[in-house]
Design a protein around this ligand. Sequence first.
Ligand SMILES: [Zn+2]
Length: 269
Amino acid sequence: MVMLGDLASKGVLAGSTTELPYYIRVALLLSLDYRLGRTCLETIGTCIAQLCDALKRSNDWETLSTDIIEHMLDTTKQDVFEQHHILEALKWAAATSPAAWELRLRLATSFVEQHGSEEPCSDCRTGKADTSHRLKCIWNAMQRDEFSASRFKQSGLPEDYVKMTMAVKILGIALGSVDDLQKDKKMANEIAKRLRLIFGNIADPRASYIERSEAKHELVTLSSWIRLVAPITDSDTQTRLPFTKKEPMEPPLAIQTEPSMAPDMSSKE
Ligand SMILES: [Zn+2]
């Protein structure tokens, strides 16, 4: 692995660009072994980063990285657990390599968009899409059954909630960084609202269903994070969410942060 990474970073492998995607896939699959220790994971992670960087330097980055994504879409067969595993395996590399970061983002977006016989949008898959386009495609994907808010109004099976938890984790990766969300706050907030809606529709009296509690936790964590990093000034939407903090930088409508809000909120429960 160390040698492979070295060869890639020295440009020796650059001539055989068709083999780079293969090595990346093998390294990814290797890192999925849960018995691996920290040192091993670090070695593989570094190798993946170097391979991704070498691939990015080649002229075929767009085609070859798309090949990797398509291969992963086929391999995982819409299994959210496997998809999440693959994305986790790329996490280490993504922290050091912009190429690996981009690959992880496009892969997560494609996982979110893939459904049934539906192919992920080709602009999102090939990386031609800008952030606004990507967020819009994610929003569209959230209109499907899998993220249907009403579906969770009737109590689902425990597996449904476990899958929902995983799907939201993948969605969180697909949304990208803080910078991405700030580029299209409106769309980001629509996604946050949708997550809150599903959260509200999952009945979990006294937090007695562990799978539902976990799903709710994931939904509210992601939704709150979006609202915090990409706040919009629409006061109506802000105040409807009881957990939303008023931004200290915004002087107007300061009345709403007063404790007088508290009895109002508790009466809703
Ligand atoms: Zn798209």
